[in-house]
Design a protein around this ligand. Structure first.
Ligand SMILES: O=C(O)[C@@H](CO)OP(=O)(O)O
Length: 215
């Protein structure tokens, strides 16, 4: 049975400032670096064979710290990027106008194909996340990959595996450097395909950062 670990990157400067990142980027804070080391300690003896990360700086840095501890290389996969948040990227959440907040709400509350102008829909992000996850099925027998990605991207993946709409990600708390795990099972009795083993585990972190959108 293929087991795939899913890790959200460490806290960034803009997470701490409640600034929307999407496919824009900001560096890990000191706390974010510390969280990445704590995940690395947690997974270093778990037999991870591949560390695959979104190509944004915050995920790359988190992945490097984890890969270093696991003795593997980082591979980049742009399909693991965060949802593109269009014209609202780089903006501070509390500075949004009523109209802008409306775009964001329509997106997170599941208006079909809702998107921020110039951004992606939740369906777009969950489709590319599933493609990246399914690519793990082509790895050699016995592989145990760990993917480093983002809050909404991972949330939409886990939600849709559960059979929920992609915007159910708002109901999942995937904090910075949380670990989730999904397994691919073949079973004549249970559901075949991807199943969720764990979501949002932060027991390895001494001080979980508060998610910027959940404070
Ligand atoms: O892009 C962002 O601002 C947040 C949204 O949840 O995602 P992440 O910090 O996981 O990249």
């Amino acid at each position: 049975m293929l087991q795939v670990y899913l890790v959200r990157h460490g806290e960034t400067q803009w997470n701490a400032e409640r600034r929307i990142q999407g496919q824009s980027d900001s560096p890990l804070t000191e706390k974010g670096e510390q969280q990445a080391h704590q995940v690395a300690q947690r997974v270093r003896n778990m037999g991870i064979t591949h560390v695959i990360a979104s190509d944004l700086g915050r995920t790359k840095r988190t992945a490097e710290i984890i890969a270093d501890a696991c003795g593997c290389e980082v591979t980049l996969d742009p399909r693991l990027r965060e949802l593109h948040m269009g014209v609202l990227e780089r903006r501070q959440l509390d500075s949004l106008t009523e109209e802008e907040e409306g775009w964001r709400q329509r997106l997170v509350n599941g208006t079909p194909d809702g998107r921020i102008p110039e951004g992606e829909s939740m369906t777009d992000v969950s489709e590319r996340m599933h493609a990246a996850l399914n690519a793990c099925l082509d790895l050699p027998e016995g592989s145990r990959p760990l993917l480093v990605s983002h809050g909404m991207a991972l949330g939409s993946l886990v939600s849709t595996i559960l059979g929920l709409p992609s915007w159910a990600e708002r109901r999942l708390r995937l904090r910075n450097c949380s670990i989730s795990r999904v397994d691919h099972q073949h079973s004549p009795w249970l559901a075949s395909g991807w199943v969720v083993e764990t979501a949002g585990d932060v027991s390895h972190l001494d001080a979980p950062a508060l998610d910027e959108l959940q404070r």
